[in-house]
Design a protein around this ligand. Structure first.
Ligand SMILES: Cc1cc2nc3c(=O)[nH]c(=O)nc-3n(C[C@H](O)[C@H](O)[C@H](O)COP(=O)(O)O)c2cc1C
Length: 330
């Protein structure tokens, strides 16, 4: 499939997830196959325009992640256009706009999902951005703000008319946050009425579900928590699409993934301002661990162990033990 002129090698993508989908994680998922697109964690347009270091860190990516989409949030058309130009200048393939974040800190600034409550304004943000850059501008939205305002079909059409190159819909409302289920009928209705590609998002935790959703009418599927649980899920979905049995992932490979993640993080975001880098890595592995351990035999035991480990050494050892990673792999 294509987003604007950008060719995606697979219709399956890693959904943007703040705090989770850092460059190291994205690289590892790509290396395991089946992944057509990765999106950064959301980045503040305000922070980009003001050149704030921490904001720029969130937008960092490496060449092996291409095609790469940088997701930005904000509500001011001029600032969003300026931020899109910065994203383009950073060499990203796609700039994505967050219209789905329900967190009050973001939503109260007329950004994230609150943009869905003002569709004309949201479309003017997209219009300003598409005029300012050559790379495709895409939008990620929810079903709507709440059950009375499920306006994704209307807004999606408006942003298409404003020049968006693709739309992704997470089939829950902001009010739902992550409760209940994603409404894939609504996602399919959006896909049905747009000319540009539509990605659906929500509740795919097994590769079979990804394949079923792809066949429900969307052009692509964004997978979030399912990838955090099983980074091979996109490769397995591709196996199924190709008519092959899905690949079996041995426990030792699952353990190796966490060890590789730690190793990549060791070379990332190294600060000289006194912040503890090891502590940052431990916290990152804890965050991933809360998803990664779901569905594993004895997963809760591993989760507790990860949450109490105090050093990288302890973390590495307990992961190697739990997953029986052979020593030469460590
Ligand atoms: C921890 C976490 C962080 C997220 N952060 C973002 C974000 O920064 N931008 C965004 O558009 N969506 C974000 N999402 C929503 C996901 O992209 C996705 O649409 C949603 O989780 C539903 O898909 P899933 O059921 O496959 O996880 C986040 C979800 C989670 C669980």
């Amino acid at each position: 499939m294509k987003v604007g002129a950008v060719e995606l090698p697979s219709p399956f993508a890693v959904a943007p997830m703040a705090g989770m989908t850092d460059s190291a994680f994205r690289r590892l998922v790509k290396r395991h196959g089946g992944c057509g697109l990765v999106v950064t964690e959301m980045v503040s347009s305000e922070g980009l325009v003001r050149g704030i270091d921490r904001t720029l860190e969130y937008a960092e990516y490496t060449e092996e992640e291409r095609p790469i989409s940088i997701q930005i949030f904000g509500g001011d058309p001029e600032k969003m256009a300026a931020a899109a130009q910065i994203v383009e200048g950073m060499g990203a393939d796609i700039v994505d706009v967050n219209m789905g974040c329900p967190v009050p800190k973001i939503a109260k600034h007329n950004a994230g999902c609150s943009l869905m409550r003002e569709p004309s304004h949201a479309a003017s943000v997209i219009g300003a951005m598409t005029k300012a850059v050559k790379i495709p501008v895409t939008v990620k939205m929810r079903a709507g703000w709440n059950d009375r305002e499920r306006n994704a079909p209307v807004l999606a059409k408006m942003v298409e008319d404003a020049g968006a190159a693709a739309v992704a819909v997470h089939g829950r409302t902001a009010e739902q946050s992550y409760s209940g289920f994603a409404d894939w009928d609504l996602v399919a209705a959006v896909a049905d009425q747009l000319t540009i590609p539509v990605f659906g998002s929500g509740d795919c935790v097994e590769p079979e579900q990804i394949v079923a959703k792809l066949r429900s009418g969307v052009e692509g599927v964004l997978v979030g928590r399912g990838v955090l649980r099983n980074p091979w899920i996109l490769a397995q979905a591709q196996d199924l699409i190709a008519g092959r049995p899905k690949r079996d992932i041995q426990m030792s490979r699952r353990g190796q993934f966490l060890l590789d993640y730690i190793e990549l993080l060791r070379h990332e975001r190294v600060w000289d301002d006194g912040r503890s880098h090891d502590r940052w890595i431990v916290n990152k592995v804890r965050a991933l661990g809360s998803y990664y351990t779901k569905g594993l035999d004895n997963g809760s035991h591993l989760r507790t162990a990860i949450n109490t480990a105090q050093s990288l050494e302890q973390l590495r050892n307990l992961i190697a033990d739990f997953f029986a990673v052979v020593t030469s792999e460590v």
